[in-house]
Design a protein around this ligand. Structure first.
Ligand SMILES: [Zn+2]
Length: 167
């Protein structure tokens, strides 16, 4: 088997966090913050559980990292790994927290992420370097499987209701 690259190794950690979300019925998106080659904070999407629009994986991981370092400004060299291309809120939070490098797995298919536009805008006089497509297949399979199993469940539920009505 091919040896995993450093990027793939940390993306696997983000995938682990995504799977935790999956086990709680959330859309599986996971993130980790890496500092000095160690995972220092994790997060996964908890939007459904918390009913919070801001409960994205990246926000959770950034919040935890800030708490850990007692600073809204993360130390130089912090990297964020996330299984899906970040939305504008999370890309903004990464810039605000001064994340130096952001790696994401799957690309946002709808092309509404504005990732590179935000990364290059120099809004906060800080640049976050963005690398997309790390373990892309694994990351997108996670989401595809989740959505197809959700559709399957909805279909079964519909059929069950129909059967009940006809009984
Ligand atoms: Zn987000």
């Amino acid at each position: 088997m091919k040896r995993r690259t450093r990027e793939e190794k940390f993306m696997d950690e983000a995938i682990k966090s995504a799977q935790k979300g999956l086990s709680e019925g959330e859309v599986p998106i996971g993130a980790v913050i890496v500092y000095q080659d160690k995972v220092v904070a994790r997060g996964y999407n908890r939007r459904a559980k918390l009913q919070l629009a801001s409960a994205h994986a990246e926000m959770m991981a950034i919040d935890r990292a800030c708490k850990k370092f007692h600073s809204w400004r993360l130390p130089e060299g912090c990297e964020l790994f996330v299984t899906l291309e970040p939305c504008p809120m999370c890309m903004g939070a990464s810039l605000n927290a001064r994340v130096d490098k952001l790696y994401f797995g799957a690309y946002e298919q709808k092309g509404r992420s504005l990732t590179s536009a935000l990364a290059e805008s120099n809004l906060l006089n800080h640049k976050t370097e963005v690398v997309g497509g790390v373990s892309e297949e694994k990351c997108s399979a996670l989401l595809t499987e989740f959505f197809s199993s959700m559709r399957q469940k909805q279909k079964e539920e519909k059929e069950r209701k129909k059967a009940e009505e006809n009984a």
